[in-house]
Design a protein around this ligand. Structure first.
Ligand code: AMP
Ligand code: MG
Length: 496
């Protein structure tokens, strides 16, 4: 980073830097040769108190490339560890990210502002510390789409090209930096880093910080660390339920990619499922299907157990008692998840009241969809149409429509228990069943046109459509349709 910071209207208050000495290394971003601002999230900037009109595009590009710090920032690389595809790496950390600092948003919530792709850090190992334009724009698109869908997520504030190429498998690609905003960057892996070194007091310090920042009510509990575990479990259960009900596949749910806050983080080989398939998987590196669509709640519970392990010495000085108490909490995850999922599904099916058979009704729809080549998003949007005349159209999504007919009759009978009229119900359902998701071929089109032709227009258009996922928008039919046949099977690559 250059010597003199740029004054901005951001009011930094860097609690991580101030309170967690020993949990990070202070670090500077590389100076980009020719930084250019290609995307700026103006509403988010305003929310964070950043007056972008007071800055030139050049200054914004300097800040968001990591070339120059905004005044008040304390750039640092965070230490963390993590289980990656089941194997433990004791030392990962921010190898290509920098936390600039924290600000309060308009709602008074503390938010991290961080860069991704700003250069090497002491945690870079063999990596170059950089990011290529494609993954940067993918994270921008998907994070903002998730936000618009009402799913807890880190946000994208800006994307900048650096004017420098980065070498990747297929040759040189334009280098870029993403600016990410998060409730925090505390990960399960942050706890694991210190727990694995037997640094119990550091784990306690981190847990106290996490409680103060995310779950202050846990402080009043007789067993605050158990309460922290319980809160994280609840947040993760709700998050996973939301992922599954929109067909989201994260792709790399390693413990270093699971937040304590319950936000989705680290959009690497992620994708939205088109055809319903519990085994849906888009990551090029997940050969076993560890993080396939339907496996995600199972893996979230596995990750939660790893988190619980880090807290054991804080939960009870007697290890077997600590294990027993922590296990009880972790074992509640499945039920928390199921309750959250059933709640989401009720809304998707237009059920305002709760009946005992609702979970089974939703489950049976999933079962009916399996192997039927049904587009997940189109199905639920189709069910949201008010006229029963559309039943035929929805049934036609199935290879064998008779599979669906029985379920549809049961659903119609169940709806008779509801007081709402069909028109109101349709409106309510359309508020939770999106018409637009980041369809893989549309995401790819946007990335390719920037990567190959330096044309940002398709990216901007896609973002705009996805910012209102529940509202039918004129002329946007193509964004609601599944990929054409010739798009072929989709593979995404990890954070490269
Ligand atoms: P991710 O797959 O993005 O969650 O990253 C996993 C780990 O690899 C983290 O510790 C990253 O900081 C690190 N990493 C990923 N890409 C790079 C890179 N290009 N240079 C240095 N470190 C990297
Ligand atoms: Mg990561």
């Amino acid at each position: 980073m250059t010597e003199t910071p740029i004054p901005t209207s951001l009011q930094f208050d860097n609690s991580y830097a101030q309170k967690l000495d020993g949990f990070y290394t202070p670090c500077q971003g590389d100076v980009a040769p020719d930084p250019e601002l290609i995307a700026l999230n103006r509403p988010l900037a305003a929310e964070l108190g950043l007056d972008v009109t007071a800055l030139t595009d050049k200054q914004l590009a300097e800040i968001f490339s990591g070339s120059t710090a905004p005044a008040g920032a304390d750039p640092l690389a965070q230490a963390y560890a993590g289980h990656q595809f089941g194997g433990f790496s004791p030392q990962l950390g921010d190898g290509r990210a920098l936390l600039l600092g924290e600000v309060f948003n308009q709602a008074g919530e503390r938010r991290d502002i961080a860069l991704k792709g700003s250069g090497r850090t002491p945690f870079s190992r063999g990596g170059d510390g950089k990011a290529a334009i494609g993954p940067v724009l993918r994270e921008y698109i998907v994070a903002e789409a998730m936000f618009a869908l009402g799913i807890p997520t880190t946000r994208a504030l800006a994307a900048v090209t650096t004017g420098q190429s980065v070498m990747r498998e297929n040759g040189p690609l334009p280098g870029a930096v993403l600016t990410r905003v998060a409730a925090s960057h505390l990960r399960v892996g942050t706890f694991q880093y210190f727990a694995a070194r037997g640094e119990t007091e550091k784990v306690r310090q981190l847990a106290d910080y996490a409680i103060a920042r995310h779950y202050p009510h846990a402080r009043d509990s007789d067993t605050p660390y158990l309460a922290l575990l319980q809160s994280v479990s609840q947040a993760q259960a709700e998050l996973l339920a939301k992922w599954l009900t929109v067909g989201f596949v994260h792709g790399v749910m390693n413990t270093d990619n699971m937040t304590i806050s319950g936000e989705t983080i680290d959009y690497g080989p992620c994708a939205f499922m088109d055809t319903y398939d519990p085994r849906a998987l888009y990551s090029s590196i997940d050969h076993q299907g560890r993080y396939a669509y339907g496996q995600q709640p199972v893996m979230a519970r596995w990750n939660l157990a790893r988190f619980a392990e880090t807290l054991l010495p804080l939960i009870d000085s007697d290890e077997s008692r600590a294990i027993e108490r922590a296990s009880t909490e972790v074992n509640l995850f499945a039920q928390q998840y199921l309750t959250a999922w059933t709640g989401c599904m009720r809304a998707k099916l237009g059920l305002q009241t709760a009946r005992p058979g609702d979970g089974k009704l939703a489950d049976d729809l999933m079962a009916a969809m399996e192997g039927q080549g049904v587009d997940y998003t189109l199905l639920f949007r189709g069910l949201s149409e008010p006229s029963f005349g559309r039943a035929q159209e929805v049934a036609s999504l199935f290879n064998d429509p008779t599979t669906f007919a029985d379920w549809f009759d049961r659903w119609q009978r169940r709806l008779k228990d509801e007081a709402s009229d069909p028109v109101t119900r349709s409106l309510q359902m359309k508020r939770v069943n999106p018409i637009y998701i980041p369809r893989n071929h549309k995401v790819e089109e946007a990335l390719q046109s920037m990567e190959k032709h330096n044309n940002i227009a398709p990216f901007e258009r896609l973002n705009k459509v996805l910012s209102q996922p529940f509202e039918q928008q004129d002329g946007c039919e193509a964004y609601a349709q599944p990929a054409p046949e010739d798009f072929g099977p989709y593979r995404t690559f990890c954070g490269t």
